[in-house]
Design a protein around this ligand. Structure first.
Ligand SMILES: Nc1nc2c(ncn2[C@@H]2O[C@H](COP(=O)(O)OP(=O)(O)OP(=O)(O)O)[C@@H](O)[C@H]2O)c(=O)[nH]1
Ligand SMILES: [K+]
Ligand SMILES: [Mg+2]
Length: 492
């Protein structure tokens, strides 16, 4: 039986574009040769501050500040007296660490100074480092950029690291950690390998098509590999927006008739007085947005104007904006006054917003909506649920806080569906960039299937694989790198 020779697989793997490897793009090595330093812990007074350096002069810098001592053993914390290299003035007694490259974060020689976190100590050590020849302050994200340039992190891992630094909720942290662990990159490399094998089969056909030695069905094998990949990519793309929502926050829109208690609910959920609350109907006019941690998920909570007809031009504009915002919602929190369900504005809201959300849209999706009956404290005792004929709903009192726990639990379930649960299932696509490359890869596989001759088919596979390479490796495009590294602070 003829097998595709591995040399062919290797040749296909080389291809015109770089495969998905952990290698960084050589073009992004920043001003190589220089040694950078920065405060890597947060700004301000703190117990311990961490200052680090990266580059060939790191060892010299460490010796200059701890003179006349030798370098500490690699990766072992040692207590040393730090002195200004010019004046000899003592600066602090600090823990120092020496990470000779390539076993360091950036793959370069690195040093860390764990100093006492007072501003005078930190600025004294930074100034002293600035006086060591060959050292300069780092730019934002420069340590990570060097790690990427030396192949220590893939591009998706760099993105994961940026997200981890910015993670504000538990779910965001879990997703970022998974991406930093390289799960998305790993998935891409698996897909790229499948493509490489398919390409090897097609190229074998091109090279040996007339040859009797060639096993039957090489092209069919490539076809079935492409087919499998199409299914996998399609499944992932259908999921696509969930990872992005988890990264940037789900849009949760609070809507309802005037005076239902929408602003009271927004203030309760965000634990701060975001919106004005008053007994006057029509208090909220503009859409007010506030980022909140809702049951462990990031959300952008929007308060909106009460929906009603027959009002002045300013409030009408507010209602128009509220309706527009409702169209963009990932989840609607529909609020009604439990003691006022028979009023025309409540009935109108139920007909115009709540009922349509229960119906399936032409693309098979349903608008997610939680119906909340607020002001349950106003209901007569012994009559806990006023309207059993309503769609499923929750009772709440913003005044007493009763029912808040059940609402948060319902929100957690809805948001897990909207954002995806980062602790289970395959890694999610967290950025529009990921979605773009996967879609282009899928399009190229479509071209493969339609290709009229084998060389065009092979080219389509190369294009498809190029997009996977771009996803994990960034393709070395400086603009993409700049955008991604902008997310970092100095010292990271
Ligand atoms: N008894 C009771 N009163 C509440 C509750 N929640 C809100 N209210 C009162 O209801 C009135 C309206 O509250 P808002 O939060 O301003 O209502 P809104 O829906 O934002 O109103 P508009 O912005 O005017 O549409 C205020 O007087 C609140 O104090 C509740 O749970 N119980
Ligand atoms: K009001
Ligand atoms: Mg309001």
């Amino acid at each position: 039986m003829w097998r595709v020779p591995w040399t062919l697989v290797a040749r296909a793997a080389r291809g015109p574009r770089r495969p998905c490897t952990r290698q960084g793009s050589g073009s992004s090595v920043p001003r190589s040769g220089s040694t950078i330093f920065a405060l890597s812990s947060g700004q301000g007074r703190c117990g311990i501050a961490v200052i680090r350096t990266s580059g060939p002069a790191s060892g010299h810098a460490l010796r200059s500040l701890t003179a006349p001592r030798d370098l500490p053993p690699a990766r072992c914390a040692c207590l040393r007296l730090l002195r200004d290299p010019c004046s000899g003035e003592p600066l602090d007694r600090a823990l120092v660490l020496w990470f000779p490259g390539p076993q360091s974060f950036t793959a370069e020689d690195c040093a860390e100074f764990h100093v006492h976190g007072g501003p005078a100590v930190v600025s004294g050590v930074l100034q002293a480092l600035g006086r060591v020849p060959g050292l300069r302050p780092a730019e934002a994200g420069e340590f990570t950029r060097r790690a990427f340039a030396h192949g220590k992190l893939s591009l998706t891992e760099v993105e994961g690291l940026a997200d981890l630094i910015h993670a504000e909720t538990e779910a965001q942290r879990r997703q970022a950690l998974r991406q930093l662990d390289g799960e998305l990159g790993h998935l891409c490399r698996g897909w790229a390998e499948t493509l490489t094998k398919a390409l090897a089969h097609v190229e074998a056909y091109i090279d040996f098509g007339e040859d009797d030695n060639l096993e039957e069905g090489v092209l069919e094998r490539a076809d079935s590999q492409v087919q499998e990949l199409e299914v996998a990519l399609g499944t992932h793309l259908r999921d696509a927006r969930r990872g992005q929502r988890l990264r940037s926050g789900a849009h949760v829109v609070v809507a309802g008739p005037p005076n239902a208690g929408k602003s009271s609910l927004v203030n309760l959920l965000s634990r701060k007085p975001v919106s004005i609350v008053s007994s006057e109907p029509g208090t909220t006019r503009d859409v007010l947005e506030t980022p909140v941690d809702l049951a462990g998920f990031p959300a952008l909570l929007s308060d909106t104007a009460g929906l009603r007809e027959g009002i002045g031009p300013v409030e009408q504009e507010g209602v128009r904006r509220a309706r527009k915002r409702l169209e963009q919602a990932d989840l609607i929190l529909a609020v009604l006054d439990a003691s006022d369900l028979a009023s025309p504005s409540s009935c109108n809201f139920l007909d115009m917003v709540v009922s349509p959300a229960g119906a399936e849209s032409p693309n098979g999706n349903r608008q997610r909506l939680l119906l909340v009956l607020n002001k349950s404290d106003l209901l007569p005792p012994g009559d806990p649920d006023p309207r059993l004929d309503l769609p499923p709903h929750l009772l709440l009192s913003c005044l007493t806080g009763e029912g808040l726990d059940s609402l948060l639990e319902a929100l957690r379930k809805e948001l897990a569906a909207v954002c995806g649960d980062p602790s289970t299932g395959p890694p999610l696509l967290t950025r529009a960039r990921h979605q773009h490359h996967l879609q282009c890869c899928l399009d190229a596989l479509g071209h493969y299937k339609q290709a009229k001759d084998v060389s065009l088919a092979a080219e389509a596979l190369r294009v498809a694989r190029g997009h996977l390479a771009h996803l994990a490796g960034g393709g070395g495009t400086e603009e993409i790198l700049d955008i991604i590294f902008q997310d970092f602070c100095v010292g990271k």
